[in-house]
Write a new protein. Sequence first.
Length: 344
Amino acid sequence: MPINESAVYYSAHLFDNHAATNPGWSVGHSLVEARSTENRYKVMEDAVAQQRIENLKWGRLGEITYQFRKTEFTKDSVPLLKPVNLVFLMLESHTAQVIEELGGMKGVSPNLSRLIKEGILFENIYGSGYRTDQGLVSILAGYPAQPDQSIILLDDKASSLGSLPKLLKGNGYQSLFVYGGELTFANIGLWLTNQRFDKILSERDFTSEEKTQRWGADDQVVLQRMLQEINQLTPPFFAATLTLSLHPPYDVPFKSQWAANTDSEKFLNSAAFVDQALGAFFQGAAEQSWVEKAIFVLVADHGASQPGAVGMDRPESRHIPLIIYGKPLLDEWKGERIKGFGNH
């Protein structure tokens, strides 16, 4: 894998990271990759766009009425406004097609089905992009994917983005990120370092025996390691992971009812493996004291063209799960289905 800035970024302080880079390499890279940064998607003047946003706040845009409303909450009326532990499980290439409750195949994801019964399921969520570097920034920073560029590759812009990890860090949260693969891919390591995570684990933190897949340590290993690391954190904390076992070539150390001969079968077999790993993770988490004040967010980084060789231009290839689960949820929210459309 080609070297990039992620290979040398090591500090939460941007100045230290810039000092560790090679200026000559950066100049050469910029010359090779030089391209116009003109916004090809600007279709109206800034003043017009701003006025439309203001109109949306009040619930109207022209002749169209939107169901936006402002509700006042207090910490006493809504328990979730009190500090809770946040655990983000970002699922590589997970698609609605392997989740029965979203119209997908039966029997692939029984553990996710159990979480859905006890949590909140968003039924119509579509991935912002089609790559991990796009989805990661969309999930953690709320920045939408672009068709022909990824902001994570533009360090000067990406480092200036606000993000959930930064926000929580400023509010006294400890933070952790765990991934079983190489973070040099697509500059992900560089961006994560700039998000002020207290601890970041990647493939170098796993033994060769644990790296059973081409991309690194499999999800069973990674999620159990994440559980161990979370147990060392002081609440309130923010812990996030990105799975990898549902990434091609789907070489998981697992055999399910699917023969794993075709790409579709390999995908389904890997999806079943990921679900099993998630089940073991939640079983272990249920035994920990911190789970009483923990909210889990499970969301795919993007969709997939499998199973069934679905074209990436088709809506079903972008349809992804978003599940919120945890004991702090009010009883009336458990089992709730949100039908509104959205993305990361």
